[in-house]
Design a protein. Sequence first.
Length: 299
Amino acid sequence: MSIVSGTLSHPAADFAAAVERFEALRALDGPHIIAQARSRFYTQAGRTPLAVVLFHGLTNAPEQWSLFASQLHGRGHTVIVPRLPGHGHVDRHATAIASVTAADLLATASEATDIACGAGERVVVAGLSIGGAIAAWLGLHRADVARSVSIVPLFGIKQLNAPGNALLTAMLGCLPNAFVPWKPGDPNSPDVPVYGYPRFPTRLLAECLRIGLDVYRDAAGRAPAGSVTMVINPREPSCNNAMTREIAARFERLRPGAADIVAIAGLPANHDIIDPTNPHACVQLVYPRLLEVIERELR
């Protein structure tokens, strides 16, 4: 069954329309949303050659991208960082996130991409973890995405192969929903940002895996219109690098030059490699590589 019904693509016609539509997106961030989690639009004086959309990870928030987004903006680009549905509540144990679906995530991501289409001549979408799977999904389904950049993407969990991940997804979708702590016994771990949630719902994990598996399956017979870059940590502890490499290989077989892998050496066994508040992120290694990949679209 398809994750979404109908098209999610309704690009903003121009810069003014992009600004208007972002205001509608930002209006969803009411008083129950913390400041660090509100959607962000880093604009220039008008439309720019490049607009970049950045997607945060599961239970995280736009603040995860704040330093890198500021760097992109300082280099003359337009940047949009949407808050994904259910995220960013003042109450870090809010249960609203439990009812979020894959379709909800993709609808918000596509709206941010529509805004970027009005704000920039070329659009790059990038994301970490589930944000990386979302970026790949958009690159596969939207011809107006010039490049998708998937950073340690969640196409499947590391411990299982593709069929195993499909079975896990089906099981989690049927079992009663449960909240699982990211760091059992240590809810105040520095690996869990203060603007993120210390736990995740199992049903939402299943919905996230549905997006990754959808990309994995579709990649066997469909190539993206633009380019795809997969950024991986060779020591990734959680997400399945083998599935990521296979997706890139499938795209390459269908259209040579469509996809490439950027493996960043020297990183520790740590999943969140872009949040400067994470003590193991090593952003001094990661940010220059991301800038190089994103700005390929200006050449």
